[in-house]
Design a binder for this molecule. Structure first.
Ligand code: SIN
Length: 272
């Protein structure tokens, strides 16, 4: 790790790691990547050109692969999901702020996205720190949210306009998580509700929940909590879904974009 550099992407979120090849990394180096991930929420590594086998091996270093039930798998590599935008699409997969797999009872730890084909411009991915957003809340709202749980559902995949095939057999029962989670490794408190999958607070109606959820979604995605990943050929991004939300920018209509994604299984989340 002697030749590594780690540079922050913004004040509160994200770091770029250079001087390391993920295709050949040692366990000690990957432990260093994991530490950087927990410290910064998202890490990007330029010019990796990960092979599918190295992508799978990298994911397995972090934990058990959690195959996405809704995405199209990469041919011959069922553990890798395609995040594909056709030139004819206006909307993109992940084009609204969200947390991967929050609808699962033990939701995703990290996701690993590997650039395969990039548009000539645009298609950046934004990340927002849920630990910094928590810190930014008033004492009163923090205390109120700490006593709440919220339901998360995969139902929004039912009306997908982003090129995903409808898979009726993929849907599962909703999952309940604390609104403020304690990060399973670092114990950092983080806000854990997102606009794609959170439906309502436990014990509240959907209608009652909507105004406070809408406030939280606006609050947590303020630019001060975010960083922006501008993709380059072969780049890899790894993010911890308990620490950040993310948003894929749909600003390259008429062009194709293909990313390979693996999501790693996490643990059941605890509150403070
Ligand atoms: C995702 O939501 O996982 C996709 C992000 C991206 O394509 O930039």
């Amino acid at each position: 790790m002697a030749n590594w550099t780690i540079s922050k992407m913004s004040g509160h979120c994200g770091a770029t790691l250079t001087g390391l090849s993920l295709n050949e990394a040692t366990t000690a180096e990957l432990e260093g990547v994991k530490d950087a991930l927990f410290a910064h929420g998202v890490v990007v590594l330029p010019a990796q050109f990960l092979t599918p086998l190295a992508h799978v091996a990298l994911a397995e270093f972090f934990g058990q692969i959690d195959i996405n039930r809704f995405f199209t798998p990469v041919a011959q590599y069922p553990m890798i999901a395609e995040v594909r935008t056709a030139a004819t699409q206006n909307a993109v997969i992940g084009g609204t702020w969200h947390t991967d797999h929050s609808y699962d009872p033990a939701p995703a730890m990290c996701s690993i996205l590997s650039a395969q084909q990039l548009p000539p411009y645009g298609g950046d991915t934004h990340f927002a720190s849920m630990t910094e957003a928590y810190t930014g809340l008033s004492d009163g709202l923090r205390a109120a949210l700490s006593g709440l749980k919220a339901w998360h559902s995969d139902g929004s995949f039912g009306d997908s306009k982003v090129g995903l095939k409808s898979k009726a057999e993929a849907f599962r029962d909703p999952a309940l998580h604390p609104v403020i989670i304690c990060h399973p490794v670092t114990s950092a408190p983080a806000i854990y509700v997102n606009g794609d999958f959170t439906t309502h607070f436990d014990g509240w109606t959907i209608e009652e929940s909507a105004p406070l959820l809408a406030y939280l979604y606006r609050f947590v995605t303020q630019p001060i909590f975010t960083c922006r990943v501008k993709w380059q050929a072969g780049m890899v991004a790894i993010w911890d879904n308990r620490l950040v939300q993310h948003y894929a920018t749909a600003d390259y209509a008429g062009h194709e974009r293909l990313m390979h994604r693996i999501t790693v299984q996490g643990v059941q989340l605890e509150g403070l």
